[in-house]
Design a protein around this ligand. Structure first.
Ligand SMILES: [Zn+2]
Length: 551
C-alpha cells in the first residue's frame, strides 16, 4: 500500500491509531476496553461531542479492534489488511458515510438493503455515519427499523456534534459515549510531540497559544500548527501565528485591556483596527478577547497556577498586574459587556465593527463607576462604624438644603470663584428649612476627606469621575461655589434630556459623595436661554440612556 500523497496534513499524519494514543478521552477508552475484555460489544454506539476531539478516529479504532485479523482485540495489530484498509478508509466491510450529504431516506434504504448480506472478508460489517444528526426525519425512521433488529454481523457507529437533534428512539438503542473537549495541557503536549517529530523550529509560546485558541479541538490545533509550520521559513513566532492562522498573540489582549483600564480610547481603537486588518473578524475578536478576560479572571481569583498552560514569566507578570488593577468586579462586568455584544451583532451585522468599538470604549469607562462605588462603600462602612447611620444612603433632593457636615479644610474661603449674593450661609445658620434638616451624623476623623479648595477644582474632579454629568454642569454653568454646607450651582436651563441626567436621583446623590465635596449639591436652573446644543453630547446621551449591562 503506497501512500499516494507526498504531504499529509498533521491531523491525518498524527491521527491516533490505537486507544492508547487517544488523548483526553480516558473515560471512553476505559469503557471500551472493559467491553472488549468481557465481549459485551454493543451493536450501535453514538459518539457525541465537539468537533475535532476524536470521534471519527475512535470509530475507526473500534472498527479495527473488531475486524483486525488478530482480533477482536483492544490492541489491533495495525499490520493486517483490515487494519490498513480501515485506516485508509477503504475497507470493503467498513462503510463510512457522511450524514450531511447522504441524509435522505433512499440513502438509509440502501444501507438496509445491503446490511443483511454477510461481510465480504471481515468479521463485522460496520457502518460509520458521521454527523448523523443531519439525517432527515424519514431517514431516521428507516434507520430505526434496521436498528430494531440488526443482523448479528452488523454494527453502527454514529458520530455527532449535536446529539439533541437525534430522535430519542435512535439514541435509546445506542450506547452513548460523550467526548470531552481536550485540556490545553493535553493539546500542547501533543503539539510538542508533532513539533519534535517534524524537527520544526517553533517558539514554545506558539504551542501554548494554539492550545488556548483551539478551544479543546485537537484537529483545529493540528491544522493551525500545520499552517504556520508550512509557511514559516524560520522559527515560528507568535507573530506568524497571528498573521497566518488569525490567532492573535496573547500580548495583543494584554495591551487592549491595559488600554481599557487606562481609558485610553485611541489605543483601544488602534488595537481593534490592527486585529481586523490582520484578517480576524469581529466575532473572532470577541471570542479571543473573552478567552483572554477569562484568563485574567482566573489569575485574579486563583493566582498564577490558575492557567492550564504556563505563559512566559514576563507575560504572567503583566497578567497579574492587569488582573490586580482591573479587579474581579470590573473583569466580570467587562465580560458581561462582551457577551451582550454578540447578540447585538446578530441584530445589526453591518454595524459589527462600530458595536465592537463602542462596547470597548464603554468598558473603558467602567472604571469611573467602580471608583465611585468603592468610595460609596467605604463611606457607608465608615459611617456604619461611627454611629450606624448610613450617610451615603441619605437622599439629597434639590429642595432640601444641604446638611451641615464637619469639613475641617473648608474653613478657607472659596478662592477664585466669585461668590454670588445668594451664596448659602455658613453651617451655624442653616438656611430656610433648618427644621427639616436631619441631625448630622457623627463622623470619624477618617471620613473627613479634604474638601476641594475651589469650585473649579471640584468640577474637575467631577469630570474625571462622572464625565457626562461633569460636562453637562460645566457647559451650562452660570455660577458654582462651595461652602461648609455643600455646593451651590446655578445652571442655564439645559435640554430635557440633559436635565434628566442632572436631576437623576442617583447622579445627584453621587455628587454629594464626590471626593472633595463639602456636602450635598444644590442645583438651580436660571431662567435664561439655554446654551448651544452640542450634537456629540446629544449622541452620547442617547447612546448611554438604555438599560445596558453597565452595573
Ligand atoms: Zn490488524
Amino acid at each position: 500500500m503506497s501512500d499516494p500523497a507526498p504531504y499529509r496534513i498533521f491531523a491525518r499524519k498524527y491521527r491516533p491509531r490505537t486507544f492508547a494514543e487517544v488523548i483526553g478521552q480516558d473515560h471512553i477508552v476505559r469503557a471500551l476496553s472493559g467491553a472488549f475484555e468481557h465481549q459485551r460489544i454493543a451493536q450501535a454506539y453514538l459518539l457525541s461531542g465537539p468537533r475535532g476531539v476524536g470521534k471519527t478516529t475512535t470509530a475507526r479504532i473500534i472498527a479495527k479492534s473488531l475486524n483486525c485479523e488478530a482480533g477482536p482485540t483492544i490492541m489491533p495489530c495495525l499490520e493486517c489488511d483490515a487494519c490498513h484498509e480501515i485506516e485508509q478508509g477503504n475497507d470493503i466491510d467498513v462503510i463510512e458515510i457522511d450524514g450531511a450529504s447522504n441524509n435522505g431516506v433512499e440513502d438509509v434504504r440502501a444501507i438496509r438493503d445491503a446490511i443483511y448480506a454477510r461481510p465480504m472478508r471481515d468479521r463485522r460489517k460496520i457502518y460509520i455515519i458521521d454527523e448523523v444528526q443531519r439525517l432527515t426525519a424519514s431517514a431516521f425512521d428507516a434507520l430505526l427499523k434496521t436498528l430494531e433488529e440488526p443482523p448479528s454481523h452488523a454494527m453502527f457507529l454514529f458520530a455527532t456534534t449535536d446529539p439533541h437533534k437525534i430522535p430519542d428512539t435512535i439514541v435509546s438503542r445506542c450506547q452513548v459515549f460523550e467526548f470531552r473537549r481536550l485540556r490545553e495541557v493535553d493539546v500542547a503536549a501533543k503539539l510538542q510531540q508533532i513539533v519534535d517529530k517534524e524537527g520544526a523550529d517553533v517558539e514554545p509560546d506558539v504551542l501554548a497559544a494554539i492550545a488556548r485558541g483551539c478551544r479543546g479541538g485537537m484537529r483545529d490545533a493540528e491544522s493551525m500548527l500545520d499552517q504556520v509550520v508550512a509557511v514559516s521559513t524560520q522559527k515560528v513566532t507568535l507573530q506568524d501565528l497571528e498573521w497566518i492562522a488569525g490567532l492573535a498573540r496573547p500580548e495583543r489582549w494584554l495591551s487592549l485591556f491595559e488600554a481599557v483600564t487606562q481609558d485610553d480610547a485611541p489605543a483601544i481603537l488602534r488595537e481593534i483596527d490592527d486585529f481586523l486588518t490582520h484578517g480576524g473578524t469581529e466575532r473572532d475578536f470577541i471570542e479571543q478577547a473573552s478567552d483572554a478576560l477569562r484568563d485574567l479572571l482566573h489569575v485574579a481569583l486563583l493566582g498564577e497556577d490558575a492557567l492550564g498552560v504556563e505563559p512566559s514569566p514576563d507575560r504572567m507578570q503583566r497578567m497579574k498586574e492587569l488582573a490586580r488593577s482591573m479587579g474581579r468586579d470590573r473583569l466580570e462586568a467587562t465580560m458581561g459587556l462582551l457577551f451582550g455584544l454578540e447578540s447585538r451583532m446578530n441584530a445589526a451585522p453591518l454595524a459589527a465593527r462600530a458595536l465592537l468599538e463602542w462596547t470597548l470604549l464603554r468598558a473603558a469607562r467602567l472604571g469611573e463607576l467602580f471608583e465611585l462605588g468603592l468610595l460609596v462603600d467605604s463611606l457607608k462602612s465608615l459611617a456604619g462604624q461611627a454611629d450606624g447611620a448610613s450617610i451615603s444612603a441619605r437622599p439629597t433632593p434639590v429642595s432640601v438644603p444641604p446638611v451641615s457636615r464637619p469639613a475641617p479644610v473648608a474653613a478657607s474661603p472659596p478662592a477664585r470663584t466669585p461668590v454670588p449674593a445668594a451664596a448659602p450661609k455658613p453651617a451655624t445658620a442653616p438656611a430656610r428649612s433648618a427644621s427639616v434638616a436631619p441631625t448630622p451624623p457623627t463622623l470619624t476623623p477618617e471620613l473627613m476627606v479634604p474638601v476641594a479648595e475651589t469650585f473649579p477644582d471640584l468640577l474637575a474632579t467631577l469630570e474625571k469621575a462622572r464625565p457626562t454629568l461633569g460636562r453637562l454642569i460645566r457647559e451650562n454653568l452660570v455660577t458654582g461655589n462651595l461652602s461648609q454646607d455643600g455646593v451651590r450651582v446655578v445652571l442655564r436651563p439645559p435640554s430635557d434630556r440633559e436635565r434628566a441626567v442632572i436631576d437623576d436621583p442617583l447622579e445627584r446623590s453621587s455628587l454629594g459623595q464626590l471626593h472633595g465635596s463639602p456636602g450635598a449639591w444644590q442645583i438651580e436652573y436660571q431662567s435664561v436661554q439655554k446654551g448651544p446644543t452640542d450634537q456629540n453630547l446629544q449622541n452620547l446621551l442617547e447612546a448611554f440612556d438604555g438599560n445596558e449591562e453597565t452595573p
